[in-house]
Design a protein around this ligand. Structure first.
Ligand SMILES: [Zn+2]
Length: 273
């Protein structure tokens, strides 16, 4: 085995341990892969804890998911990884996990799209939500495809998150940023709601990416991330309020009583006289 491949196997094991130790994956959840030369994909096996793997547990497949090397079966989420490698030639590693707070957002059907934290805006822009697809099927990858070209991390509805990068650590750190962002967004929500930065400040952060050495296809687009102005426009729309069933019935009853005291505006004019 070439030295470089051995090192990449060690890197996958390390990232698997990080994900497990942080509580981002339970039991045999999650998967990590790397693109080797000649578009061969080195990936974690199905059905094993990713925090306790050995180098020889990893499997090599081609870009169509056919197994080329290894004793074990490749991850059942192989297609998620292959979709990213096929759509993004610049990507060399993919990490998929279920970090609990980010996955909570995904289960609530909420993307992470508020422009609230400079580091997140510089590194990721925002984190969209891919529509639900049954795990291990083409449906799941289809939901990801609209976002793969211009984002580096996604939430997967009712499932988890996925991030990619030029090596396993960059993919892992992007996932780390997603989970940290989700935790802060949740606390801000509990404290009365996050206050996004104004558009001009978000533009400055996007412009600062070169200074921080951030290489990404992500661009500032309307709603991604949401600015202070976007949120102000939203709150300018008429306020919604809620009634219980009892309150609603009381309102209807009151309206009917008031109507019966007066001639009906709906009745023909002749019957009013
Ligand atoms: Zn999963």
């Amino acid at each position: 085995m070439p030295h470089a491949e051995h090192q990449l196997r060690e890197d996958i094991l390390r990232v698997g341990r990080f994900c497990f130790d942080r509580g981002w994956i339970a039991a045999s959840d999650g998967n990590v892969s790397v693109r080797l030369p000649d578009d061969r994909i080195l990936i974690t096996p199905a059905g094993m804890c990713k925090g306790m793997l050995k180098c020889e547990d990893l499997v090599i497949c081609d870009l169509e998911g056919n197994k080329l090397e290894g004793e074990r079966n490749p991850s059942t989420e192989m297609d998620m990884h292959l979709t990213v490698y096929k759509m993004r030639e610049d990507i060399r590693s993919v990490v998929h996990a279920h970090p609990p707070v980010a996955t909570g957002f995904a289960a609530a059907g909420r993307e992470l799209n508020l422009g609230i934290l400079p580091e997140v805006i510089v590194r990721l822009g925002s984190v969209p939500l891919a529509r639900y697809g049954t795990p291990g099927t083409r449906e799941l990858s289809d939901g990801m495809m609209p976002y793969v070209p211009s984002y580096d991390a996604l939430l997967l509805a009712n499932h988890g998150a996925v991030a990619w990068g030029e090596d396993p650590f960059q993919a892992f750190f992007r996932m780390d940023t997603v989970e940290h962002y989700a935790r802060i967004a949740l606390v801000a929500h509990l404290l009365g709601g996050a206050k996004p930065l104004p558009r001009v400040e978000i533009e400055k952060l996007f412009a600062a990416r070169a200074r921080y050495g951030v290489k990404t296809n992500n661009r500032f687009e309307p709603g991604s991330p949401l600015t202070a102005e976007d949120v102000a426009e939203d709150s300018a729309t008429p306020e919604k309020f809620e009634l219980t069933r009892e309150q609603l019935l009381a309102v209807i009853e009151e309206a009917l009583r008031a109507a019966s005291d007066r001639p009906s505006i709906l009745a023909p004019a002749s019957s009013r006289s």
